[in-house]
Design a protein around this ligand. Structure first.
Ligand SMILES: *Cc1c(COP(=O)(O)O)cnc(C)c1O
Length: 481
Protein backbone atom coordinates (compact mmCIF):
# COMPACT_ATOMS: atom_id res chain seq x y z
CA UNK A 1 0.00 0.00 0.00
CA UNK A 2 1.15 3.54 -0.74
CA UNK A 3 1.64 5.48 2.49
CA UNK A 4 0.93 9.14 1.94
CA UNK A 5 1.35 11.83 4.55
CA UNK A 6 0.29 15.45 4.64
CA UNK A 7 2.88 18.22 4.25
CA UNK A 8 1.33 19.87 7.30
CA UNK A 9 1.89 16.63 9.19
CA UNK A 10 -1.13 16.97 11.42
CA UNK A 11 -3.16 14.08 9.97
CA UNK A 12 -2.52 11.17 12.30
CA UNK A 13 -2.32 8.15 10.00
CA UNK A 14 -0.92 7.87 6.47
CA UNK A 15 -3.61 7.41 3.83
CA UNK A 16 -3.46 5.25 0.73
CA UNK A 17 -3.53 6.31 -2.92
CA UNK A 18 -7.29 6.03 -3.34
CA UNK A 19 -8.04 8.18 -0.29
CA UNK A 20 -5.57 10.83 -1.41
CA UNK A 21 -7.07 10.79 -4.89
CA UNK A 22 -10.61 11.47 -3.70
CA UNK A 23 -9.65 14.01 -1.06
CA UNK A 24 -7.31 16.21 -3.08
CA UNK A 25 -6.00 18.36 -0.27
CA UNK A 26 -5.40 16.71 3.12
CA UNK A 27 -7.86 17.60 5.90
CA UNK A 28 -5.19 19.64 7.71
CA UNK A 29 -4.77 21.85 4.63
CA UNK A 30 -1.54 20.21 3.49
CA UNK A 31 -0.71 18.29 0.33
CA UNK A 32 -0.25 14.54 0.24
CA UNK A 33 3.17 13.18 -0.51
CA UNK A 34 4.75 9.71 -0.36
CA UNK A 35 6.38 8.97 2.97
CA UNK A 36 9.06 7.00 1.14
CA UNK A 37 9.85 6.43 -2.52
CA UNK A 38 10.35 2.93 -3.91
CA UNK A 39 13.73 2.31 -5.52
CA UNK A 40 14.20 1.33 -9.15
CA UNK A 41 17.69 -0.09 -9.81
CA UNK A 42 19.74 0.33 -12.97
CA UNK A 43 19.17 -3.33 -13.82
CA UNK A 44 15.43 -2.70 -13.71
CA UNK A 45 15.84 0.43 -15.84
CA UNK A 46 17.57 -1.79 -18.38
CA UNK A 47 14.50 -4.01 -18.61
CA UNK A 48 12.29 -0.95 -19.29
CA UNK A 49 14.37 0.25 -22.24
CA UNK A 50 12.47 0.00 -25.51
CA UNK A 51 9.16 -1.02 -23.93
CA UNK A 52 5.92 0.68 -25.05
CA UNK A 53 5.09 3.65 -22.84
CA UNK A 54 2.06 1.89 -21.36
CA UNK A 55 4.38 -0.77 -19.90
CA UNK A 56 6.80 1.78 -18.46
CA UNK A 57 3.82 3.62 -17.00
CA UNK A 58 2.36 0.48 -15.41
CA UNK A 59 5.71 -0.44 -13.91
CA UNK A 60 6.39 2.97 -12.33
CA UNK A 61 2.83 3.60 -11.20
CA UNK A 62 2.60 0.09 -9.77
CA UNK A 63 5.70 0.78 -7.70
CA UNK A 64 4.24 4.04 -6.44
CA UNK A 65 0.72 2.93 -5.56
CA UNK A 66 1.16 -0.79 -4.94
CA UNK A 67 -2.12 -2.63 -5.17
CA UNK A 68 -4.22 0.24 -3.81
CA UNK A 69 -5.91 -0.29 -7.15
CA UNK A 70 -5.59 -3.96 -8.15
CA UNK A 71 -2.85 -4.42 -10.76
CA UNK A 72 -5.26 -5.90 -13.28
CA UNK A 73 -7.45 -2.79 -12.95
CA UNK A 74 -4.41 -0.53 -13.31
CA UNK A 75 -3.53 -2.26 -16.58
CA UNK A 76 -7.10 -1.90 -17.86
CA UNK A 77 -7.14 1.79 -16.91
CA UNK A 78 -3.79 2.46 -18.60
CA UNK A 79 -4.93 0.75 -21.81
CA UNK A 80 -8.07 2.87 -21.88
CA UNK A 81 -6.33 6.13 -20.86
CA UNK A 82 -3.66 5.78 -23.53
CA UNK A 83 -5.77 4.15 -26.26
CA UNK A 84 -4.34 4.80 -29.74
CA UNK A 85 -7.39 6.84 -30.82
CA UNK A 86 -6.62 9.34 -28.06
CA UNK A 87 -3.04 9.74 -29.30
CA UNK A 88 -3.43 9.77 -33.07
CA UNK A 89 -0.15 11.63 -33.60
CA UNK A 90 1.97 9.22 -31.51
CA UNK A 91 5.22 8.55 -33.32
CA UNK A 92 5.28 4.85 -34.33
CA UNK A 93 3.23 4.18 -31.23
CA UNK A 94 5.59 6.19 -28.99
CA UNK A 95 3.38 8.43 -26.84
CA UNK A 96 6.27 10.45 -25.39
CA UNK A 97 8.93 10.65 -28.12
CA UNK A 98 12.28 12.39 -27.70
CA UNK A 99 13.98 14.29 -30.50
CA UNK A 100 17.37 15.98 -30.61
CA UNK A 101 17.20 19.74 -31.18
CA UNK A 102 20.82 20.76 -30.65
CA UNK A 103 24.19 19.68 -29.27
CA UNK A 104 23.47 17.74 -26.09
CA UNK A 105 19.98 19.19 -26.25
CA UNK A 106 16.78 17.14 -26.54
CA UNK A 107 13.03 17.70 -26.31
CA UNK A 108 10.45 15.21 -25.10
CA UNK A 109 7.03 15.66 -26.66
CA UNK A 110 4.48 15.22 -23.89
CA UNK A 111 1.66 16.81 -25.86
CA UNK A 112 0.38 14.17 -28.27
CA UNK A 113 -2.78 13.49 -26.26
CA UNK A 114 -6.36 14.51 -27.00
CA UNK A 115 -6.01 18.18 -25.98
CA UNK A 116 -2.45 18.82 -27.10
CA UNK A 117 -0.99 19.49 -23.64
CA UNK A 118 1.15 17.38 -21.31
CA UNK A 119 -1.68 17.47 -18.77
CA UNK A 120 -3.49 14.80 -20.79
CA UNK A 121 -0.86 12.27 -19.75
CA UNK A 122 -1.78 12.46 -16.07
CA UNK A 123 -5.44 13.44 -16.31
CA UNK A 124 -6.49 10.59 -18.58
CA UNK A 125 -5.54 7.86 -16.08
CA UNK A 126 -6.46 10.03 -13.09
CA UNK A 127 -10.09 10.30 -14.20
CA UNK A 128 -10.36 6.54 -14.61
CA UNK A 129 -8.66 5.90 -11.28
CA UNK A 130 -11.21 8.16 -9.61
CA UNK A 131 -14.13 6.52 -11.36
CA UNK A 132 -12.82 3.11 -10.28
CA UNK A 133 -12.49 4.25 -6.66
CA UNK A 134 -16.01 5.69 -6.68
CA UNK A 135 -17.46 2.50 -8.18
CA UNK A 136 -15.81 0.49 -5.42
CA UNK A 137 -17.13 2.78 -2.71
CA UNK A 138 -20.47 3.28 -4.46
CA UNK A 139 -20.07 7.02 -4.09
CA UNK A 140 -20.41 10.13 -6.26
CA UNK A 141 -18.08 13.11 -6.31
CA UNK A 142 -17.94 16.64 -7.68
CA UNK A 143 -14.75 18.44 -8.64
CA UNK A 144 -14.36 22.18 -9.03
CA UNK A 145 -11.32 23.84 -10.51
CA UNK A 146 -9.99 27.12 -11.76
CA UNK A 147 -8.04 27.35 -14.98
CA UNK A 148 -7.16 29.72 -17.76
CA UNK A 149 -6.40 27.04 -20.26
CA UNK A 150 -4.77 23.65 -20.49
CA UNK A 151 -5.90 22.18 -17.18
CA UNK A 152 -9.56 22.83 -17.85
CA UNK A 153 -9.63 21.39 -21.33
CA UNK A 154 -7.51 18.36 -20.46
CA UNK A 155 -9.51 17.66 -17.30
CA UNK A 156 -12.84 18.07 -19.04
CA UNK A 157 -11.81 15.78 -21.84
CA UNK A 158 -10.64 13.16 -19.34
CA UNK A 159 -13.73 13.35 -17.08
CA UNK A 160 -16.31 13.69 -19.82
CA UNK A 161 -18.90 10.95 -19.67
CA UNK A 162 -17.88 9.54 -16.27
CA UNK A 163 -20.93 8.27 -14.42
CA UNK A 164 -19.89 9.12 -10.90
CA UNK A 165 -18.30 12.54 -11.23
CA UNK A 166 -19.27 16.02 -12.32
CA UNK A 167 -16.66 18.63 -13.12
CA UNK A 168 -17.09 22.40 -12.83
CA UNK A 169 -14.34 24.58 -14.25
CA UNK A 170 -14.22 28.31 -13.67
CA UNK A 171 -12.27 30.35 -16.18
CA UNK A 172 -11.76 34.06 -16.74
CA UNK A 173 -13.97 35.75 -19.30
CA UNK A 174 -10.97 37.49 -20.85
CA UNK A 175 -7.34 36.42 -21.14
CA UNK A 176 -7.59 33.03 -22.84
CA UNK A 177 -6.57 32.50 -26.44
CA UNK A 178 -9.33 31.98 -29.00
CA UNK A 179 -8.24 28.38 -29.47
CA UNK A 180 -8.23 27.67 -25.73
CA UNK A 181 -11.64 29.15 -25.19
CA UNK A 182 -13.22 27.39 -28.15
CA UNK A 183 -11.64 24.06 -27.28
CA UNK A 184 -12.82 24.32 -23.69
CA UNK A 185 -16.34 25.31 -24.68
CA UNK A 186 -16.55 22.24 -26.91
CA UNK A 187 -16.21 19.92 -23.92
CA UNK A 188 -19.37 21.24 -22.24
CA UNK A 189 -22.31 18.90 -21.77
CA UNK A 190 -23.44 16.06 -19.53
CA UNK A 191 -21.22 16.05 -16.45
CA UNK A 192 -18.98 18.91 -17.68
CA UNK A 193 -19.75 22.53 -16.77
CA UNK A 194 -17.84 25.62 -17.88
CA UNK A 195 -18.38 28.78 -15.86
CA UNK A 196 -17.01 31.97 -17.28
CA UNK A 197 -16.35 34.55 -14.58
CA UNK A 198 -15.81 38.27 -15.01
CA UNK A 199 -12.58 38.58 -13.01
CA UNK A 200 -8.88 38.01 -13.49
CA UNK A 201 -7.51 34.52 -12.97
CA UNK A 202 -5.81 35.23 -9.62
CA UNK A 203 -9.02 36.43 -8.04
CA UNK A 204 -10.86 33.29 -9.06
CA UNK A 205 -8.68 31.22 -6.78
CA UNK A 206 -10.05 33.24 -3.87
CA UNK A 207 -13.57 32.46 -5.02
CA UNK A 208 -12.73 28.76 -5.08
CA UNK A 209 -11.26 28.96 -1.56
CA UNK A 210 -14.38 30.69 -0.31
CA UNK A 211 -16.56 28.05 -1.89
CA UNK A 212 -14.59 25.21 -0.31
CA UNK A 213 -14.76 26.82 3.10
CA UNK A 214 -18.54 26.28 3.10
CA UNK A 215 -19.42 22.99 4.82
CA UNK A 216 -21.73 21.94 2.00
CA UNK A 217 -18.84 22.07 -0.50
CA UNK A 218 -16.08 20.88 1.82
CA UNK A 219 -15.80 17.50 0.07
CA UNK A 220 -15.32 18.90 -3.38
CA UNK A 221 -12.41 17.22 -5.15
CA UNK A 222 -9.42 18.81 -6.85
CA UNK A 223 -8.06 17.88 -10.25
CA UNK A 224 -5.11 20.27 -10.27
CA UNK A 225 -1.63 19.22 -9.28
CA UNK A 226 -2.30 19.43 -5.56
CA UNK A 227 -3.93 16.03 -6.24
CA UNK A 228 -1.27 13.37 -5.61
CA UNK A 229 -2.69 11.37 -8.51
CA UNK A 230 -1.62 14.11 -10.92
CA UNK A 231 1.96 13.93 -9.73
CA UNK A 232 2.00 10.12 -9.87
CA UNK A 233 0.79 10.21 -13.47
CA UNK A 234 3.71 12.45 -14.47
CA UNK A 235 6.60 10.49 -12.96
CA UNK A 236 6.67 7.62 -15.52
CA UNK A 237 7.42 9.77 -18.57
CA UNK A 238 10.70 10.88 -17.05
CA UNK A 239 11.75 7.23 -17.08
CA UNK A 240 10.69 6.87 -20.71
CA UNK A 241 12.40 10.14 -21.69
CA UNK A 242 15.62 9.29 -19.89
CA UNK A 243 15.86 5.90 -21.58
CA UNK A 244 15.43 7.45 -25.03
CA UNK A 245 18.15 10.03 -24.41
CA UNK A 246 20.83 7.72 -23.03
CA UNK A 247 20.23 4.70 -25.27
CA UNK A 248 22.66 2.01 -24.18
CA UNK A 249 24.40 4.23 -21.62
CA UNK A 250 22.04 3.44 -18.78
CA UNK A 251 23.41 5.08 -15.65
CA UNK A 252 24.65 8.20 -17.47
CA UNK A 253 23.36 11.39 -15.85
CA UNK A 254 21.21 13.91 -17.68
CA UNK A 255 19.51 17.19 -16.71
CA UNK A 256 15.86 17.98 -17.29
CA UNK A 257 14.47 21.46 -17.99
CA UNK A 258 10.80 21.90 -17.13
CA UNK A 259 8.49 24.83 -18.03
CA UNK A 260 7.06 25.51 -14.57
CA UNK A 261 3.91 27.06 -13.18
CA UNK A 262 2.59 25.20 -10.15
CA UNK A 263 5.74 23.04 -10.46
CA UNK A 264 3.92 19.70 -10.34
CA UNK A 265 5.73 18.60 -13.47
CA UNK A 266 9.19 19.53 -12.19
CA UNK A 267 8.46 17.87 -8.88
CA UNK A 268 7.50 14.68 -10.72
CA UNK A 269 10.99 14.75 -12.25
CA UNK A 270 12.46 15.11 -8.80
CA UNK A 271 10.45 12.15 -7.54
CA UNK A 272 11.65 10.06 -10.49
CA UNK A 273 15.14 10.99 -9.37
CA UNK A 274 14.35 9.96 -5.81
CA UNK A 275 13.28 6.59 -7.21
CA UNK A 276 16.77 6.21 -8.63
CA UNK A 277 16.52 7.70 -12.14
CA UNK A 278 19.93 9.28 -12.92
CA UNK A 279 18.77 12.89 -13.28
CA UNK A 280 21.48 15.28 -12.17
CA UNK A 281 19.70 18.61 -12.13
CA UNK A 282 16.02 19.43 -12.37
CA UNK A 283 15.77 22.95 -13.77
CA UNK A 284 12.67 25.12 -13.39
CA UNK A 285 12.02 27.37 -16.36
CA UNK A 286 9.89 30.41 -15.54
CA UNK A 287 8.51 33.13 -17.78
CA UNK A 288 8.17 36.77 -16.65
CA UNK A 289 6.32 35.43 -13.59
CA UNK A 290 9.57 34.38 -12.01
CA UNK A 291 8.89 34.25 -8.28
CA UNK A 292 10.07 30.64 -8.21
CA UNK A 293 13.28 31.46 -10.05
CA UNK A 294 14.03 34.25 -7.58
CA UNK A 295 13.29 31.94 -4.69
CA UNK A 296 15.66 29.25 -5.99
CA UNK A 297 18.44 31.76 -6.54
CA UNK A 298 18.04 33.84 -3.38
CA UNK A 299 16.24 31.65 -0.86
CA UNK A 300 13.64 34.37 -0.44
CA UNK A 301 10.04 33.83 -1.44
CA UNK A 302 8.28 37.08 -2.33
CA UNK A 303 4.56 37.34 -3.11
CA UNK A 304 3.80 38.90 -6.46
CA UNK A 305 0.79 39.35 -8.64
CA UNK A 306 1.07 37.35 -11.82
CA UNK A 307 0.92 39.04 -15.20
CA UNK A 308 -0.42 37.68 -18.48
CA UNK A 309 2.31 36.48 -20.84
CA UNK A 310 2.68 34.59 -24.12
CA UNK A 311 3.19 31.34 -22.14
CA UNK A 312 0.01 31.75 -20.09
CA UNK A 313 -0.12 28.29 -18.50
CA UNK A 314 2.93 29.35 -16.49
CA UNK A 315 1.54 32.68 -15.27
CA UNK A 316 1.76 31.64 -11.65
CA UNK A 317 3.71 33.31 -8.87
CA UNK A 318 2.65 31.02 -6.02
CA UNK A 319 3.58 27.52 -7.16
CA UNK A 320 1.32 25.21 -5.19
CA UNK A 321 3.71 22.28 -5.23
CA UNK A 322 6.48 24.24 -3.56
CA UNK A 323 4.98 23.08 -0.29
CA UNK A 324 5.89 19.48 -1.15
CA UNK A 325 9.51 20.43 -1.73
CA UNK A 326 9.56 22.47 1.44
CA UNK A 327 8.29 19.48 3.40
CA UNK A 328 11.21 17.47 2.11
CA UNK A 329 13.77 20.19 2.86
CA UNK A 330 12.32 20.54 6.36
CA UNK A 331 12.70 16.79 6.79
CA UNK A 332 9.04 16.10 7.27
CA UNK A 333 8.45 18.69 9.99
CA UNK A 334 4.84 19.49 9.10
CA UNK A 335 4.38 22.07 11.84
CA UNK A 336 7.35 24.02 10.50
CA UNK A 337 5.97 23.83 6.95
CA UNK A 338 2.61 25.12 8.15
CA UNK A 339 4.28 27.96 10.01
CA UNK A 340 6.38 28.98 6.99
CA UNK A 341 3.35 28.94 4.67
CA UNK A 342 1.22 30.90 7.12
CA UNK A 343 3.99 33.43 7.65
CA UNK A 344 4.24 33.87 3.88
CA UNK A 345 0.47 34.25 3.51
CA UNK A 346 0.45 36.91 6.23
CA UNK A 347 3.50 38.98 5.30
CA UNK A 348 4.10 38.23 1.61
CA UNK A 349 7.75 37.40 2.13
CA UNK A 350 9.69 34.64 3.83
CA UNK A 351 13.34 33.55 3.86
CA UNK A 352 14.52 29.96 4.06
CA UNK A 353 17.23 31.15 6.45
CA UNK A 354 14.57 32.25 8.94
CA UNK A 355 13.62 28.60 9.18
CA UNK A 356 17.08 27.21 9.74
CA UNK A 357 17.75 26.36 6.09
CA UNK A 358 20.53 27.59 3.85
CA UNK A 359 19.57 30.26 1.28
CA UNK A 360 20.80 27.75 -1.33
CA UNK A 361 18.80 24.82 0.09
CA UNK A 362 16.76 24.36 -3.10
CA UNK A 363 19.87 24.27 -5.28
CA UNK A 364 21.51 21.94 -2.82
CA UNK A 365 18.55 19.59 -3.24
CA UNK A 366 19.43 19.24 -6.94
CA UNK A 367 17.49 22.05 -8.57
CA UNK A 368 18.37 25.08 -10.63
CA UNK A 369 16.26 27.67 -12.41
CA UNK A 370 16.11 30.19 -15.21
CA UNK A 371 13.70 32.65 -16.74
CA UNK A 372 12.71 34.03 -20.12
CA UNK A 373 10.75 36.93 -21.53
CA UNK A 374 8.63 37.18 -24.64
CA UNK A 375 11.52 38.22 -26.91
CA UNK A 376 13.59 35.26 -25.66
CA UNK A 377 10.79 32.84 -26.47
CA UNK A 378 10.35 34.24 -29.96
CA UNK A 379 14.06 33.86 -30.54
CA UNK A 380 14.07 30.26 -29.21
CA UNK A 381 11.13 29.30 -31.43
CA UNK A 382 13.15 30.59 -34.40
CA UNK A 383 16.32 28.86 -33.23
CA UNK A 384 14.67 25.45 -32.84
CA UNK A 385 13.00 25.81 -36.21
CA UNK A 386 16.30 26.71 -37.88
CA UNK A 387 18.26 23.95 -36.17
CA UNK A 388 15.80 21.06 -36.38
CA UNK A 389 12.83 22.11 -38.50
CA UNK A 390 10.51 21.58 -35.53
CA UNK A 391 7.93 24.15 -34.46
CA UNK A 392 7.70 24.52 -30.69
CA UNK A 393 5.17 26.39 -28.58
CA UNK A 394 6.05 29.32 -26.27
CA UNK A 395 5.93 27.21 -23.06
CA UNK A 396 8.47 24.80 -24.46
CA UNK A 397 10.41 27.85 -25.68
CA UNK A 398 10.75 28.96 -22.04
CA UNK A 399 12.58 25.71 -21.32
CA UNK A 400 14.68 25.88 -24.47
CA UNK A 401 15.72 29.46 -23.63
CA UNK A 402 16.82 28.41 -20.17
CA UNK A 403 18.65 25.36 -21.55
CA UNK A 404 20.52 27.39 -24.17
CA UNK A 405 21.92 29.70 -21.50
CA UNK A 406 23.42 26.79 -19.62
CA UNK A 407 26.73 25.13 -20.25
CA UNK A 408 25.51 21.75 -21.46
CA UNK A 409 28.07 19.47 -19.85
CA UNK A 410 25.71 16.52 -20.15
CA UNK A 411 22.55 15.86 -22.14
CA UNK A 412 19.69 18.21 -21.28
CA UNK A 413 16.11 17.17 -21.90
CA UNK A 414 13.48 19.91 -22.29
CA UNK A 415 9.85 19.08 -21.66
CA UNK A 416 7.54 19.98 -24.56
CA UNK A 417 4.41 20.81 -22.60
CA UNK A 418 1.99 21.97 -25.30
CA UNK A 419 1.55 21.81 -29.05
CA UNK A 420 2.27 24.93 -31.08
CA UNK A 421 -1.30 24.84 -32.43
CA UNK A 422 -2.48 26.21 -29.06
CA UNK A 423 -0.43 29.40 -29.44
CA UNK A 424 -0.70 30.18 -33.10
CA UNK A 425 -0.40 33.99 -32.76
CA UNK A 426 2.97 33.71 -31.00
CA UNK A 427 4.25 31.12 -33.46
CA UNK A 428 3.12 33.32 -36.33
CA UNK A 429 4.96 36.27 -34.78
CA UNK A 430 8.14 34.21 -34.52
CA UNK A 431 8.14 32.37 -37.83
CA UNK A 432 5.74 34.23 -40.06
CA UNK A 433 3.64 31.08 -40.46
CA UNK A 434 1.92 28.44 -38.38
CA UNK A 435 2.28 24.72 -38.89
CA UNK A 436 -0.55 22.66 -40.23
CA UNK A 437 -2.92 21.58 -37.49
CA UNK A 438 -3.20 17.88 -36.65
CA UNK A 439 -6.57 16.54 -37.88
CA UNK A 440 -8.11 16.45 -34.42
CA UNK A 441 -7.73 20.24 -34.03
CA UNK A 442 -8.65 21.32 -37.54
CA UNK A 443 -12.09 22.62 -36.64
CA UNK A 444 -11.38 24.14 -33.24
CA UNK A 445 -12.33 27.78 -32.95
CA UNK A 446 -14.38 28.05 -36.10
CA UNK A 447 -17.67 28.58 -34.22
CA UNK A 448 -18.61 31.22 -31.68
CA UNK A 449 -16.15 31.52 -28.84
CA UNK A 450 -18.80 32.00 -26.19
CA UNK A 451 -20.48 28.68 -26.90
CA UNK A 452 -20.40 26.22 -24.04
CA UNK A 453 -19.93 28.74 -21.22
CA UNK A 454 -22.34 29.82 -18.53
CA UNK A 455 -21.51 33.43 -17.74
CA UNK A 456 -21.37 34.25 -14.01
CA UNK A 457 -20.76 37.38 -11.99
CA UNK A 458 -17.95 37.35 -9.43
CA UNK A 459 -20.30 36.31 -6.70
CA UNK A 460 -19.98 33.38 -4.35
CA UNK A 461 -23.71 32.82 -3.99
CA UNK A 462 -24.28 32.74 -7.74
CA UNK A 463 -21.55 30.15 -8.27
CA UNK A 464 -22.68 28.11 -5.26
CA UNK A 465 -26.27 28.09 -6.51
CA UNK A 466 -25.21 26.80 -9.92
CA UNK A 467 -23.10 24.03 -8.46
CA UNK A 468 -25.76 23.08 -5.93
CA UNK A 469 -28.22 22.64 -8.74
CA UNK A 470 -25.96 20.60 -11.00
CA UNK A 471 -23.76 18.62 -8.64
CA UNK A 472 -23.81 14.86 -8.72
CA UNK A 473 -22.88 14.05 -5.10
CA UNK A 474 -26.09 14.74 -3.27
CA UNK A 475 -24.51 12.81 -0.43
CA UNK A 476 -20.96 14.14 -0.14
CA UNK A 477 -18.23 11.52 0.14
CA UNK A 478 -17.29 11.23 3.80
CA UNK A 479 -13.70 12.30 4.48
CA UNK A 480 -11.49 9.25 4.95
CA UNK A 481 -9.99 8.65 8.36
C1 LIG B 1 0.35 23.48 -16.83
C2 LIG B 1 1.37 23.84 -17.80
C3 LIG B 1 2.69 24.16 -17.42
C4 LIG B 1 3.08 24.25 -15.97
O1 LIG B 1 3.14 22.96 -15.35
P1 LIG B 1 3.25 22.86 -13.75
O2 LIG B 1 3.21 21.41 -13.48
O3 LIG B 1 2.08 23.59 -13.20
O4 LIG B 1 4.52 23.49 -13.37
C5 LIG B 1 3.63 24.41 -18.39
N1 LIG B 1 3.30 24.39 -19.69
C6 LIG B 1 2.06 24.09 -20.12
C7 LIG B 1 1.76 24.12 -21.56
C8 LIG B 1 1.05 23.80 -19.20
O5 LIG B 1 -0.18 23.52 -19.62
Amino acid sequence: MAELVSTRGLADEPVNYVDALLQGRAPDGGLYVAEEFPHVGLDELQTLAGLPYEDVFNFVKGRLIGDDIPYSEQARITAEAYAPEKFPEALNGNLVPVTQIGDNLYAQNLSLGPTGAFKDLALQPLALDMEYALEEADEYLDAVGVSSGDTATAAERAFKGLRRMALFMMSPEVGMSGFQKAHMGEQTGGNIHNLSIKVPFDTMNDLLDQLKSQPEFANIAAVNSINWGRVVGQIPYYFAGYLQVVGKNIGQEIDVIVPSGNMGNALAAHYARRMGLPLREVVFANNENNALHNLVQSGIYVARKSEITSSPSMDICKPKNYERLLFEMMEGDGAKVADYMQFFARTGQVALSDYGLSPTAIKDAGFDSGTSNHADRIESIRWVHASSGDVIDPHTADAVTVARRRKLERPALCMLTALDVKSEPTVEEALGFVSERPDQFKEVGLGSQDDGFVSMPYNLEAVAAYIRQHRIAKQPVPAAK
